[in-house]
Design a protein around this ligand. Structure first.
Ligand code: NCD
Length: 305
């Protein structure tokens, strides 16, 4: 896989070889971060972050990554409120214009299909930083990198995914990336938030189980992937209330988990992972944030250098 000059729009772009190219590069990037001295690999390059949806870690993660490689950043965290789209500019034109000034665009948007429009307009690579309920490829990559670090590989693992499987773009991307390996999938969600047919179709040929209780998932999983109920994707507050708080991974639940299991969660959390789990050595969600910087540094280097 050659990443140079390419858009990164979907987890479907990555094959096994491409995944390991990113992970190998990410290992080198960790060394740069640990060394405490920024690199100049991307000196002279500019990145624009265009965010149409709320974000803390993803935007900071991209921006820190670019700067650690010596690149520069221009940023709009509130494109919805303050960009020229308010003056009816199209997504294609916005991308076209910004791409005349910078070398890469990193974009988060709530509409599925919007990233393709930005990419169509842009003269430089576009990276998907979260597209509606559909995809979040770079979070998927960092989740797999976290699994790799703790498990040494993917083949033979049982990955349990619980939460808002319908709307979690992160878990959709995780599944898309994990399908390249000999992984068993176990899903648990409230019945209205089941894993979409499209994702199940992607996993054809894999051992896939949908279980009725959290306990069944927790007991068998090497990796426990949790997502919050994605409130912003609900039509109204009442629908959200019906499922809010319906699954909580707490210390009691963790007693059922394997001694060597790991818990990943992209964050933010609401109540689906209890704070008391933070001290459990199996909880890797804060470490994931660190891994995210290494993975995004790797991706920016592969796309730009
Ligand atoms: C996720 C997202 O935005 O999809 N957060 C993130 O990027 N780390 C998950 C979420 O919002 O629940």
């Amino acid at each position: 896989m050659n990443f140079k000059g390419q858009h990164i729009l979907t987890a479907r772009q990555f094959d096994k070889e491409g995944l390991f190219a990113v992970f190998e590069e990410a290992k080198k990037m960790e060394k740069i971060v640990e060394g405490g001295r920024d690199s100049d690999i991307l000196a002279g390059k500019y990145m624009a972050t265009l965010f149409f949806e709320a974000s803390t870690r993803t935007r900071f993660s991209f921006e820190v990554s670019m700067q650690r490689l010596g690149g520069k950043v221009v940023s709009n965290a509130d494109m919805k409120g303050t960009s020229s789209l308010r003056k009816q500019e199209t997504l294609e034109d916005t991308a076209k214009v910004v791409s005349q000034m910078v070398d890469v665009l990193v974009i988060r948007h709530s509409d599925v299909g919007s990233l393709a429009k930005f990419a169509a307009g842009s003269d430089v690579p576009v990276i998907n930083a979260g597209e509606g309920a559909a995809e979040h490829p770079t979070q998927g990559l960092l989740d797999l990198y976290t699994i790799l670090k703790h498990k040494g590989g993917f083949d033979g693992l049982t990955v349990g995914l619980m939460g808002d499987l319908k709307n979690s773009r992160v878990q959709h991307s995780e599944c898309t990336l994990l399908k390249h390996f000999d992984v068993k999938f176990v899903f648990h969600s409230p019945s209205s938030l089941m894993v979409p047919e499209e994702t199940l179709n992607e996993l054809k040929g894999h051992d896939v189980k949908i279980v009725d209780s959290m306990e069944e998932l927790i007991g068998v999983s090497d990796v426990i992937s949790v997502s919050r109920v994605q409130q912003e994707r609900f039509e109204n507050e009442e629908e959200y209330r019906k499922v809010a708080g319906s699954y909580i991974l707490n210390a009691d639940m963790m007693r059922l988990a394997r001694k060597d299991a790991i818990v990943i969660q992209p964050l933010p959390r609401v109540d689906e992972v209890a704070v008391e789990v933070d001290n459990d050595p199996r909880a890797k969600y804060f470490e994931q944030v660190r891994n995210g910087v290494a993975v995004r540094m790797a991706l920016l280097k592969l796309v730009l250098a």
